[in-house]
Design a protein around this ligand. Structure first.
Ligand code: 5CA
Ligand code: ZN
Length: 414
């Protein structure tokens, strides 16, 4: 499907160090080296049934920084993001609001593109919807069936029903989460699983293909009952078919670690493929002590803030002021601080005489390469801006190169 408009990155001198980030699977920092000069990035995209909130924005800005840092280190980046444009929550919301599910998805995807453009997020090379990928997802399901890694549960008296991955038959579980069995059982229902369905071989077996139900969309594909894909298999298939495996980074919010990333990687393993070299996760953004989520409705929407006249670059600075690997709660004070910082930076970058910005540029680069230490990057710019404000008259440097660096590396246009 259509992505959002390309952004031209200003050129800045030199190259950054290779990016080091935290890999959830090994619980260690890993260096992203790519292969043959190319890094493959797959980030789990939205389920378009409500507008982009600050949690989503934090996730996509984090992977935008990763994209920018990898490019700065000399890699070419191939970036694919999916859109879960058919799934239970979308169908339920459309039914609740008496809307056509396709129309609801289309409207929310449109708003998401606008939000991403406003936040200065570089578009993925491909934004890939489930609906346009039914054939390739069905092919992945058939492969798992052919490999003896799936089974069929009768559905309402029909011979052929829903198809599940058979965890009991797999040689390998691609353990990204490191969760114990108890931890898995605790969250599985909340995260889209159906452990209590009678007849399942393992309560954790994920649904690969859901046979048609009355009133639900369904597709007729060779070798499977009419139906639609389960959730995790879309990411297995789209990442494989659009990037090739293994990808360098599988990304998303930490709420996807289990079961989504465990299962999408395990499904690739089950047909002999290694899914990803690293798994990177954005910590949860909350509001009033609870995870911000469409299902709970405790949302701060990017589009709402924009409509209220908040500068999108202040929203971006608000997100950058937090570490990606540490959960945080939104407050209006954080937004005020970000707005003030943007004004200070703008004033400092408008002068003609400033201290040398080369050390700041190096500090920003190093902070980002060091597991996306955005607070340190911002602090380096703050210190430079304070020096300008204190007394920069007569100093020989114009700050244009620093402005271009903030644009290229942090995505902050001043
Ligand atoms: N379509 C699936 C992924 S295949 C999905 O999780 N969609 S979503 O709309 O629920 O979330 C979109 C992205 O935002 C996911 O990467 C998710 O992990 C992330 N996300 C959702 N809520 C938050 C939050 N409160 N804080 C940080 N990231 C979040
Ligand atoms: Zn996904």
């Amino acid at each position: 499907m259509k992505t959002w408009p390309e952004v031209t990155l200003p050129a800045i001198p030199g190259t950054g160090r290779p990016l080091r980030v935290h890999d959830t699977a090994s619980d260690a920092l890993v260096t992203i080296e790519g292969s043959d000069g190319v890094a493959r990035l797959y980030v789990c995209g939205i389920t378009p049934y409500d507008a982009t909130h600050l949690g989503h924005a934090a996730t996509y800005v984090t992977f935008d920084l990763i994209n920018r840092a990898m490019r700065d280190s000399g890699l070419q980046v191939r970036y694919v993001q999916n859109v879960t444009d058919v799934d239970d929550p979308l169908l339920e919301r459309a039914a609740r609001d008496n809307r056509d599910w396709r129309e609801l998805a289309g409207a929310e995807i449109g708003l998401f593109r606008e939000d991403m453009t406003a936040l200065g997020v570089l578009p993925p090379d491909e934004l890939v919807g489930v609906v346009e990928s039914i054939d390739e997802i069905a092919q992945a399901v058939r492969q798992l069936v052919a490999a003896g890694a799936a089974y069929d549960l009768p559905n309402d008296g029909l011979d052929s029903g829903d198809i599940y991955l058979d965890l009991t038959r797999l040689d390998e579980f691609n353990d990204v989460s490191g969760f114990s069995r108890d931890q898995m059982m605790e969250v599985i229902v909340d995260r889209g699983g159906d452990p209590d369905r009678p007849g399942k071989r393992d309560p954790l077996d994920p649904l690969l293909w859901r046979a048609e139900r009355a009133g639900e969309p369904a597709w007729h594909v060779d070798g499977l009952p009419a139906g639609r894909p389960g959730w995790h298999i879309e990411c297995t298939a789209i990442a494989r078919d659009h990037l090739g495996l293994p990808i360098d980074i599988q990304g998303g919010g930490v709420d996807l670690v289990f079961p989504h990333h465990d299962m999408s990687a395990t499904q690739a393993c089950a047909v002999g493929e290694h899914f990803a070299r690293a798994f990177v996760h954005q910590a949860m953004v909350g509001l009033h002590g609870e995870k911000m989520s469409k299902s709970k409705g405790n949302l701060v929407l990017v589009s709402r803030l924009r409509a209220d006249g908040v500068d999108p670059m202040a929203i971006r600075l608000l997100l950058l002021a937090q570490r990606y690997d540490t959960p945080w709660d939104y407050t209006d004070d954080l937004l005020e601080a970000a707005t003030a910082r943007l004004a200070t930076w703008r004033a400092a970058l408008s002068v003609n005489e400033a201290p040398d910005s080369a050390p700041v540029i190096a500090a920003v680069r190093d902070a980002l390469a060091d597991n996306l230490d955005t607070p340190a990057a911002l602090a380096a710019v703050d210190a430079w801006a304070s020096a300008v404000a204190a007394d920069a008259a007569g100093m020989p440097h114009a700050p244009g190169i620093l402005a271009r660096t903030l644009d290229a590396l942090l995505g902050v246009r001043v």
